[in-house]
Design a protein around this ligand. Sequence first.
Ligand SMILES: Cc1cc2nc3c(=O)[nH]c(=O)nc-3n(C[C@H](O)[C@H](O)[C@H](O)COP(=O)(O)O)c2cc1C
Length: 185
Amino acid sequence: MRKNLGKKTIITPLPVVMIGTYDAEGQPNLMNAAWAGQIDSHQIIISLATHQTTDNLLLKNEFTVSFATKDTVIASDYFGIESGRKTDKIAKAGFHACKAEYVDAPLFEEYPLTLECKVVEMKPDGDGFLLIGETVNMNVDESVLTDGKVDLDKVQPIMFDSSMNKYRVIGEIVADAFKAGMALK
Ligand SMILES: Cc1cc2nc3c(=O)[nH]c(=O)nc-3n(C[C@H](O)[C@H](O)[C@H](O)COP(=O)(O)O)c2cc1C
């Protein structure tokens, strides 16, 4: 038997992206965002309230997007429950920042997979913004590559389970995309 649960939205899996920005003094910051998606092969969209991060985005127009991992789950959650307006979150978490090569935004040693992005649009949306960004470079730690490709088994990205308010690891491969369905075609 099926049940109607009313006007609820669960898009799953939601990613756990970490937005890296600099403020006016060059202080690096990270925030956790799960309301994020990909529009085409180069653009991303993130729904944002107002934060230190949005101040930084409006100032610099450039940012990084890293993917939270199983190994970084405690710090990654911390970056979502503390504001850079109050605390130097990067120092508190013991993270290591350096400037990304293609954008004026920080890269973090602790995150193996990072997109370097430029703001296409910060569209006002209620009290916040819809951020549309364009990726200009993907930067990876070689340790997560297999045959030159990003290997998610090595990255171990986590997803946000908005139904249970939990982080989960991404599961195993179950089939080949664009091929498995050929059995029924
Ligand atoms: C799991 C999780 C997901 C979040 N997703 C978003 C999001 O998509 N958009 C948003 O505006 N805030 C989101 N937040 C809240 C921000 O990360 C949080 O307000 C943070 O403190 C902002 O940091 P900042 O002020 O240093 O920029 C999320 C927090 C958590 C823990």
